[in-house]
Design a protein around this ligand. Structure first.
Ligand SMILES: [Mg+2]
Length: 388
């Protein structure tokens, strides 16, 4: 069977296609500073192969080699299995069924954290495969698109001087973005530094461009309330992750004390984790990284957010493979707010897949081709493949 011949369910519920391999492939730039909280410099790609000659790709933003071990491990017993051996021989179109089976087969080690991350990458690859086999874009299989494009913001690591941040902000506006975000170190250390960093960005972009701030877990609740009130004068779009992700009481205190929207969610990977953030933490913007939740769970989490009247944004700071999966997700939910698009100058992050994400007037275009609509470039995969 070739990709031009869609799989047709042959008998009963069986598509006739079988998974033949699940690989976790580690890609990494040759040299970088691990002290920066920047996940754009390495990538864990999941490749699911089938006997139909069609291949699906996913990505995981986690600890790459731990994910690889979870995929490659042999079974220890019925609820401590490796994901590869569980999936080989199965029907790839049983995407939600396979999520359930992976969850049950890893109960001893999983249920949260890195096992869910590994499942997420496989889940994305299975949706990509299903789309290719059925000749449909993933957003159609997720239930139908609400949009063909979505406003994107240029997402940056904070630079270490106000001038360097202003330069990044101006570059984003020149590239057509109508919103920018800056995050993590050196932000959050003291009020004077924070005011200097944000005022330089606001001055560089003017009043018409939205500026979101990612505090990168910098504060306790009391400091967060004081600092957010100080930064209100710069009219940020939102304040992201002001607190440690476990400090739900703190999140609630902050949400009740300030007017600016509070965004969070990238540290969560389960539906229950997101429910706690929404119901106990009272966050205003729900940020979902599909390479940690999978598309299957992301749809349910977005539904939980919708039920609470909350908007959803993606969290994406790895490659355009993650960005493409996120765009199908954002297309398929009614409560999508905006798309995070990482603009860090990582050759791996920007050039892993082709075609890249297309931006028109600061809006990311939802891919319309079968599957995710992007494909990893074999030459880039070879160039950055980490020898393990
Ligand atoms: Mg963040």
């Amino acid at each position: 069977m070739s990709i031009t011949e869609p799989a047709i369910r042959r008998e009963g519920t069986d598509s006739g296609v079988r998974i033949t391999d699940v690989e976790a492939i580690y890609l990494r730039l040759p040299d970088f500073d691990e002290a920066r909280t920047d996940s754009s410099r390495d990538a864990l790609v999941i490749r699911v192969s089938t006997d139909a000659g069609v291949t699906g790709y996913g990505e995981v933003d986690s600890s790459p080699l731990v994910v690889k071990a979870i995929v490659d491990s042999p079974a220890s017993h019925t609820i401590a299995r490796g994901l590869r051996e569980l999936l080989v021989g199965r029907d790839p179109l049983d995407v939600r069924r396979l999520w359930h089976d992976m969850y049950e087969a890893t109960l001893y080690v999983g249920r949260s954290g890195v096992v869910i991350h590994a499942m997420a990458g496989i889940d994305i690859a299975l949706w990509d495969l299903a789309g290719k086999l059925l000749r449909q874009p993933v957003h159609t299989l997720l239930g139908g698109a609400h949009r063909t494009e979505i406003r994107a913001y240029a997402s940056n690591m904070f630079q270490f001087t106000p001038e360097a941040n202003a330069e990044r902000a101006r570059a984003a506006v020149e590239a057509g973005f109508t919103a920018v975000k800056f995050g993590w170190e050196p932000f959050g250390r003291d009020p004077a530094t924070d005011v200097a960093l944000i005022s330089s960005i606001r001055e560089a972009v003017g009043d018409e461009v939205d500026v979101a701030i990612d505090a990168g877990l910098a504060w306790d609740a009391k400091t967060a309330i004081q600092r957010i009130k100080l930064l209100e004068q710069f009219r940020p779009l939102w304040i992201e992750e002001p607190l440690h992700p476990d400090d739900l009481r703190g999140y609630r205190r902050v949400a009740e004390a300030v007017d600016l929207p509070i965004a969070a969610g990238e540290e969560e990977c389960t539906r229950e984790g997101f429910r706690r953030l929404m119901d106990e933490g009272r966050i205003d913007v729900v940020q979902i990284d599909v390479t940690r939740t999978g598309l299957t769970q992301a749809m349910l989490i977005a539904g939980d957010a919708h039920e609470r009247g909350l908007p959803v944004a993606n969290h994406t700071f790895t490659t355009d493979l993650n960005a493409a999966a996120s765009l199908h997700f954002l297309a398929a939910i009614p409560n999508a707010l905006i798309c995070e698009y990482c603009v860090e100058p990582s050759e791996l992050s920007r050039h892993l897949v082709s075609p890249g994400i297309r931006m028109v007037d600061g809006k990311a275009q939802i891919p319309q081709e079968a599957g995710l609509g992007v494909e990893p470039d074999p030459e880039v995969m070879d160039r950055f493949r980490w020898p393990i």
